[in-house]
Design a binder for this molecule. Structure first.
Ligand code: FES
Ligand code: FES
Length: 158
């Protein structure tokens, strides 16, 4: 089957890409656009390493076909910082050491970004529930929760 031309906005830039009908969004982001910050862990919708912000929602980009992203507005971890200034979520992960190997971190930060848009002042339990679709094999989550709390405080002070 032939490729289909789609247009999507990623981190504020519009891209036209020819994709195969069977191609997953995560592969398009990584291989066609070179945005390798979003990781591939399981490709079966379990780990959350591939999470991106998709039309204002957290979406596991291994669960979507690229053709479903035609016209979409997407934010990946590469788009979080602004002119070299870390986003409060990124700052939180740095300050609170919310990572070890870092494999889950891009998806975790993008999820945390949306969680704080939806609930700017979450309780610890709400943070834990909010990131429950993103698995981390290293940290035990404690410092990830602290990182999100740091970001919540910083964002509400801004
Ligand atoms: S790679 Fe998408 S959820 Fe694991
Ligand atoms: S820091 Fe290693 S998987 Fe989360």
């Amino acid at each position: 089957m032939g490729k289909k031309l789609i247009s999507m906005t990623v981190n504020g830039q519009t891209h036209e890409v020819a994709v195969e009908p069977r191609q997953l969004l995560i592969h398009t982001l990584r291989e066609e656009l070179g945005l390798t910050g979003s990781h591939i862990g399981c490709e079966t919708s379990h780990c959350g390493a591939c999470t991106v912000d998709f039309n204002g929602e957290s979406v596991k980009s291994c669960t979507l076909l690229a053709v479903q992203a035609d016209g979409a507005d997407i934010l990946t971890v590469e788009g979080l910082a602004n002119d070299g200034v870390l986003h409060p979520v990124q700052e939180g992960f740095t300050e609170k050491h919310g990572l070890q190997c870092g494999f889950c971190t891009p998806g975790m930060m993008i999820r945390a970004y949306r969680l704080l848009q939806e609930n700017p002042n979450p309780s610890e339990e709400e943070i834990r529930t909010g990131i429950s679709g993103n698995l981390c094999r290293c940290t035990g989550y404690q410092n990830i929760v602290r990182a999100v709390q740091y970001a919540a405080e910083k964002l509400s002070a801004e």
